[in-house]
Write a protein that binds this ligand. Structure first.
Ligand code: SAM
Length: 492
């Protein structure tokens, strides 16, 4: 018997019958997508009819959707027929419960990627259960997008919840420690990993870094309960009153990073004016021995921010409860002098003293694509390379696949004229900004396999060129800028 809080028999449980049953019944991603049910639907609050209306009545898939997505109690004989051999193991684990001739699932099971994740049904939040376990939300997906998945070594997922990202890191070959303050989340994480057949994750129970004291990691990722609320007990999103959780996690972070180790942490923070948006988070991260790359992805007025969180919380579904909660949040902001609340993320890399840098950028989270972790690595590796003071004009570079430029044209008296050119990196994380035509040409020249000095020669020999004495320095500065943003990578 394992000492798992929810599933003491988990080590002896055979997940194969359940996998087979879910696949055979079409309760997996590709089959559901073929029926017009994208993965994100099953993770959201989609209307019951939108799901049930797409599947044949009485089919095994209808039973599985009602049991595992919607949390219905199903006629016992019908449920047992569909679950077949899987039913015995799930009943023994306590994943399913029987009563009054029906069977119901205590936990939600959701197809995700090639497998499934286990979490609480949303209805449990309505009961104000502090240990309510969320499934995957937009923040979980954003963190996974930003995470370099192909690193080697040891990884820590702090505040791991059900440890879905830990599973991806373990499958990529990292030795993973997943820690969380909610023992129920860790149990559902162990179940999820076992169902996926993922090995290499060690789940540990504890507050912040307490259960990894003295340990260092090559990668640390965290989606902590960052909501800027007046304090609350709902573990997955609220820190207790007076616990500045993001600040204390970021303060302790560097001492858990191995040399060159990288951390990606999502966070929200309150501030007073629009000019001071980066002061708070940067003050939390020790500047010595770190590279700090802070992104802000949104900024809200306090009332809008409060409503965003209260509106989706089933504890405040009744109007009077929501109004009272809004008043509580706004009184808190007023007493602290908060006039803006920002959301974003920070990337921190451990570095040698003297190699530190700090960057602040704004990027809308919804534009960042799943490959952003590759851009994080590219920029950090480029930064290390730039520190060797290479000859930028004579280096040959690769341009990452998927770099895009969009021109905006304006119609004037002489026809269409180009107004701006906007360049974006493939995952839209490391670069998104306006450029001039020289940068476009520089990228094209380097893609042709030539060193940037070829552009200096090209411009110098163009008809009508009037000598610009510092042309090589200007092109060098452009190359530096592009390398700095991961838009050029030294050719290997
Ligand atoms: C927003 S959820 C993120 C879950 C998961 N990592 C994801 O991205 O889907 C935050 C998690 O932090 C955990 N948590 C809350 N307070 C914590 C603390 N003091 N130390 C460690 N984990 C904590 C919660 O139990 C919850 O699982």
């Amino acid at each position: 018997m394992s000492d798992d809080a929810l599933f003491p028999g988990l080590d002896d449980w055979d997940p194969n019958p359940l996998r087979k049953c879910l696949r055979k019944g079409g309760f997996h991603r590709s089959a559901l997508e073929a029926l017009g049910m994208p993965e994100r639907w099953l993770r959201s609050d989609i209307a019951r009819a939108a799901l049930l209306g797409r599947v044949p009545p009485g089919s095994p898939l209808e039973v599985l959707l009602r049991l595992f997505t919607l949390g219905d109690a199903i006629d016992g004989a019908c449920a047992l027929r569909v679950l077949g051999d899987a039913s015995h193991g799930l009943l023994a684990l306590g994943f399913l419960a029987v009563g009054g001739g029906t069977v119901r699932s205590i936990y939600q099971l959701t197809p995700m990627g090639d497998g499934w994740i286990a979490c609480d049904f949303r209805e449990r939040q309505r009961r104000d259960a502090a240990d309510y376990v969320m499934g995957l939300g937009p923040s979980s997906i954003l963190l996974a997008s930003l995470t370099p998945l192909h690193k080697r070594g040891r990884a820590l997922e702090l505040a791991s919840g059900i440890g879905w990202l830990s599973g991806q890191l373990a499958q990529g070959g990292m030795a993973v420690v997943a820690t969380d303050l909610n023992a129920r989340a860790l149990s559902l994480g162990r179940f999820t990993a076992r169902l996926a057949g993922t090995v290499g994750i060690e789940f540990r129970h504890g507050d912040g870094f307490a259960c990894v004291s003295g340990e260092r990691f090559d990668l640390i990722v965290a989606n902590p309960p960052y909501v800027q609320s007046p304090g609350g007990a709902m573990l997955y999103k609220e820190a207790p009153v007076g616990d500045p959780i993001c600040a204390r996690l970021l303060r302790d972070l560097p001492e858990h990073l191995a040399p060159g180790g990288i951390a990606v942490v999502l966070l929200n923070w309150s501030h007073q004016t629009d000019d001071d948006w980066s002061d708070g988070p940067l003050a939390w991260i020790p500047a010595t021995g770190t590279r700090r790359w802070l992104f802000r992805s949104d900024c809200s007025a306090p009332a809008d921010y409060a409503w965003k969180w209260i509106a989706g919380d089933l504890r405040f579904a009744a109007e009077a409860a929501a109004v009272a909660e809004m008043h509580r949040w706004l009184a808190h902001y007023q007493s602290c002098g908060v006039t803006r609340v920002s959301g974003g993320f920070v990337i921190v890399q451990q570095c040698a003293p003297g190699d530190e840098w700090t960057r602040r950028e704004s990027r809308a989270a919804e534009h960042i694509t799943a490959a952003a972790g590759g851009e994080v690595l590219r920029v950090l590796q480029n930064q290390t390379w730039l520190a060797t003071a290479p000859d930028l004009l004579e280096t040959r570079f690769d341009v990452p696949e998927g770099v895009r430029a969009e021109a905006s044209l304006v119609l004037g008296d002489n026809g269409w004229a180009q107004e701006t050119i906007r360049l974006t990196s493939p995952a839209r994380l490391s670069y998104d900004g306006q450029i001039d035509a020289n940068i476009l040409r520089l990228l094209a020249v380097t893609r042709e396999g030539k060193a940037p000095s070829a552009l200096v020669a090209e411009i110098s020999s163009s008809p009508g060129f009037s000598a610009v004495p510092d042309l090589p320095q200007r092109i060098t500065a452009l190359v530096h800028e592009l390398v700095h943003h991961g838009m050029l990578v030294p050719a290997t």
